[in-house]
Design a protein around this ligand. Structure first.
Ligand SMILES: [Zn+2]
Length: 326
């Protein structure tokens, strides 16, 4: 069954409106979003970890101090769904293979969950999430269905603008980042060279670990991450892996030629480029893997999005035939 048809069926069975244009769970088929007994309910299809297909649900209630209590109440009703509950929202995810679960099964499970929810959480009852004032229209705030009155919307936008400016003005401590990063890079080199020498093989995954470690250390030192810090992470990672290789070569030379470590390292460093690009060595590949690790850290530290996007729900898709006709 097509995703849209399936959502239409769920909509019909639950009496909740279906919106094709609100892709709040990721899938382009949209979502079922509505109110049931004063609780906000959203249901749709999406992916878990970018690959497994899943049915996703959000149940939203008035703010509580005790989300664990709600989780316990919902647990017996959750069926095959995985459940996470915070102060305002229970998120449920059920993965599936090949075909979607029956729409009627999901509608039944939603009914059971709502019954359980009533015993443990207060309804939202059309009140602004922020100030509690009565608010007639549900809206999407960054894809989360909620009630948010117009004056609270203005306040939130102003608050986020101020946070964005404060972030821009944050100090970046590059010297401390360099210090921490160099320390981490040196540790990485010793571990990398030592492991290669003792275990007689190179683990490319270890290089990714070095990239992650160096990245974390630099970020800890600098605070805010700038382009200079990102370049520093890349260079220190490459240097760490390369110096780790040198330690490994030096240990090997030391053993084979019966000389001390320092002169062995000198020989290695003088012939470094030749050794590293030798077809027998995996030097270039190691550095490449190290940079992957560094890239993961850099990606994780990109500037946070300080944006509140308010979207009106609009008109739901009217009937199954109107959806099928598209
Ligand atoms: Zn308000």
């Amino acid at each position: 069954m097509k995703n849209k048809e399936w959502l239409c069926q769920v909509s019909k069975l639950t009496g909740l409106p279906y919106y094709e244009e609100h892709r709040i769970f990721g899938d382009k088929s949209g979502a079922v979003i509505g109110i049931s007994d004063g609780y906000i309910v959203a249901l749709g299809l999406g992916k878990v970890d970018g690959k497994n297909a899943a049915v996703k649900m959000l149940l939203r209630y008035a703010k509580t101090q005790d989300p664990e209590h709600i989780k316990q109440a919902l647990d017996p009703a959750k069926g095959k769904f995985k459940l996470v509950a915070d102060e305002t929202t229970a998120s449920l995810v059920r993965t599936y293979h090949f075909s979607k679960p029956d729409a009627s099964t999901i509608a039944d499970e939603l009914r059971n969950l709502l019954t359980a929810l009533k015993t443990s959480a207060s309804a939202v009852n059309g009140k602004c999430e922020e100030c509690g004032k009565a608010e007639p229209q549900m809206i999407l705030l960054n894809d989360l269905p909620t009630y948010y009155c117009s004056s609270c919307q203005v306040q939130l936008s102003q608050k986020l603008d101020a946070a964005a400016i404060a972030y821009e003005n944050l100090e970046t401590n590059l010297p401390l980042g360099l210090l921490y990063g160099t320390g981490a890079a040196l540790l990485g080199s010793i571990a990398w060279g030592g492991a290669a020498y003792l275990l007689h093989r190179i683990f490319l995954w270890g290089a990714i670990g070095i990239g992650l470690l160096v990245g974390k250390a630099v970020v800890k030192g600098t605070g805010k991450v700038t382009w200079t810090a990102r370049i520093m992470i890349g260079l220190l990672t490459a240097a760490s892996v390369a110096f780790g290789d040198s330690i490994f070569y030096a240990l090997t030379v030391m053993k084979e030629s019966q000389i001390a470590f320092t002169p062995a390292l000198k020989v290695v460093l003088m012939n470094f480029w030749k050794l590293e690009t030798d077809s027998e060595s995996s030097g270039i590949a190691s550095i490449f893997f190290g940079l992957i690790g560094a890239g993961i850290t850099v990606y994780g530290t990109r500037k946070p999005a300080f944006k509140a996007r308010f979207v009106a729900l609009g008109t739901p898709a009217a009937t199954l035939s109107s959806v099928a006709a598209k």
